[in-house]
Design a protein around this ligand. Structure first.
Ligand code: SAM
Ligand code: SF4
Length: 340
């Protein structure tokens, strides 16, 4: 059988993915494009320069690298970007990676802005995807247009409806933005309850130059959730996804609330993830620039596994974000380049 044969061919030469701090790496985030059909203010500059085609891995190259990672112990893969659903061939890639589910891979997931979700929801379900994250910062259409610069809220909501209809579990990711969506938390909670979605809140992180000073919109989550705490008691629950979120039950609501607080409460100690960019670079940390280049190794017949080992040895203990460094981001790369 093709999948099993491919995995054992790689596994023969490969050791498990344990980093220099003894953490087992089992989660790969695969950025399939740096492009996007939105221009969220905290993520991208209005006038972005994207990578030339020659710098970008082909669908075949991405699939091969993902297969190598799964052979070495990656159990979960998340497709991200940029916007993964604008990548041509995303259906081929999803089907190919989905075929590894049950053959080393436990789960294939995706993070999307939902602009093309209505078109792709059934394909994702068919590929074996069972849950997705959808980024949605507000339910106010004018604010949605402002934050995304070009987006149409109705299109996003139709995408979410299509995903639910296709049987996909949906978690809404909402970035907390002072002055832009602080009034939206309770409406978002109600929307999630009505549509069977969960909700995760994220602090804005200083990645890549954007026009505005990001610290203007930074708000720690314990402030952002104050209105929610006023309306509902919340209780920590013992749910672990191996990711950075801490989870809470919201009294009187079916919604599980996740909080991601990279700045106010660093989450790196249990980090189990590795990131592969569309250029074939492995970044060991969202918040640092160290990387290895698998694209050249892959194209020139170099030692891909040796480079992965070098990356693991160099995985830092923790990121280095500080929002108060005013206009200088922690790293020059945008989230869309590394894969959010
Ligand atoms: N385009 C897809 C989307 O928006 O869901 C996937 C890629 S996007 C880079 C992944 C996630 O990163 C989104 O939830 C987005 O809100 C978040 N994000 C982007 N830039 C960020 C930043 N500077 N700080 C915190 N979150 C950010
Ligand atoms: Fe695009 Fe996602 Fe970045 Fe928004 S957050 S600009 S949707 S990549």
């Amino acid at each position: 059988m093709r999948v099993a044969a491919t995995l054992s061919q790689y596994a023969a030469s490969s050791a498990p993915l344990i980093d220099g701090h003894g953490r087992q790496i089992s989660y790969l985030r695969l950025s399939v494009t740096d492009r996007c059909d939105l221009r969220c203010r905290y993520c991208m500059a209005e006038d972005m320069t994207f990578l030339p085609k020659s710098a970008v891995l082909s669908i075949e190259e991405m699939a091969e690298l993902a297969e190598r990672f799964v052979a070495r112990g990656i159990r979960r893969v998340r497709l991200t970007g940029g916007e993964p659903l604008v990548r041509r061939g995303i259906d081929t890639l999803a089907m190919r990676l989905g075929a590894m589910i049950g053959h080393g891979l436990d789960e294939l997931t995706l993070t999307t802005n939902a602009m093309r979700l209505a078109e792709y929801a059934s394909m994702l379900a068919e590929a074996g995807v069972r849950r997705i994250n959808v980024s949605l910062d507000t339910l106010d259409s004018a604010a949605f247009r402002h934050i995304t610069r070009v987006g149409d809220l109705e299109v996003a909501l139709r995408g979410i409806t299509a995903a639910r209809a296709a049987g996909l579990a949906v978690k809404i990711n909402m970035v907390a933005l002072a002055g832009l969506n602080e009034d939206q938390l309770l409406p978002m909670l109600a929307y999630c309850a009505a549509n069977g979605c969960d909700l995760t809140l994220i602090e804005t992180m200083p990645l890549g130059e954007v026009e505005a000073d990001r610290s203007d919109h930074y708000i720690p989550l314990h402030h952002f959730i104050a209105p929610l705490r006023h309306a509902h008691a919340i209780h920590p629950i013992d749910q672990r996804t191996g990711g950075p979120a801490r989870y809470f039950a919201v009294e009187g609501s079916s919604v599980t609330l996740g909080l991601i607080t990279p700045l106010s409460d660093n989450f790196c100690a249990t980090c189990n993830r590795i990131r592969l960019t569309v250029e074939g670079r492995v970044y060991m940390c969202l918040g640092q620039d160290d990387h290895v280049d698998l694209r050249s190794a892959l194209r020139d017949g170099g030692d891909v596994d040796g480079l992965i080992d070098a990356a693991l040895a160099g995985k830092p203990r923790a990121h280095d974000f500080h929002i108060e460094r005013k206009s200088t981001p922690a790293v020059a790369r945008h989230m869309s380049a590394t894969g959010g």
